[in-house]
Design a protein around this ligand. Sequence first.
Ligand SMILES: [Zn+2]
Length: 246
Amino acid sequence: MRALLLCVGLLCMGIASAAAPIDLYIVCNSDGSNPVMSGDDFSALLPTVNAYFAQVGMSFYLRSQQTIASNEWRTIVYGSEAADELRRKIPATGGVKMFAVGNVVGGAQAFCGDHGIIFSRQCSANTIAHELGHACGLDDIYIQKTFTNAANVEVTVSVEGPASSGRMPLDWGRYENGVLQSTLIEKLLMYGGVSGTECDLTAGDVYGVGMSVATNEVTGVVSYPYELKMVPVGFWLRGNRSPQSQ
Ligand SMILES: [Zn+2]
């Protein structure tokens, strides 16, 4: 019985340590009025986020919230210098820093970097969960991508054919027989396209279109081509259970 109690105790400790803190920064007007959302608005998204992360025995909780008074930051340009400035303004907290802004223009409505996640107030729980997947170290996976390669040629790479054990070795058997790999990818939380309502987290990596990094040997210019590969989306392989923004 004592051994059993010890096991239960360790299990509880394990579950407790898998809850990761979020520190939320809500942009409001420079005079302190009109925050883009409330802490309650954000908290209302967390049960859905945590339902997805329950697949891997993890959850997030809102540890702190405060406002950032700045008219300038109500609208953020995707991937801009201003976005980095906003994130760097807050020192590392030991948790995930999340910045709620009024609107993100020029790209997706949310994005994640080393210094935290910026998201517009319109974001769904699915989008928030996807960005938290990035914060845990997972990549985007796509069905198809068109890009300009190093030789300045437009290239399209896309996933064809059915799923197979070799295309998802740690998760084989989870999906119905004969399902197309593209259909399966659309079910994943880390799918980088517009997804439906399913947000599966896999244990292992999954075959699909993912981003790579290439450096031109002559010019030294770094580019980010896409390629067919085992995309690093497997939470049990790669997921950081204690994600911390810098
Ligand atoms: Zn993404």
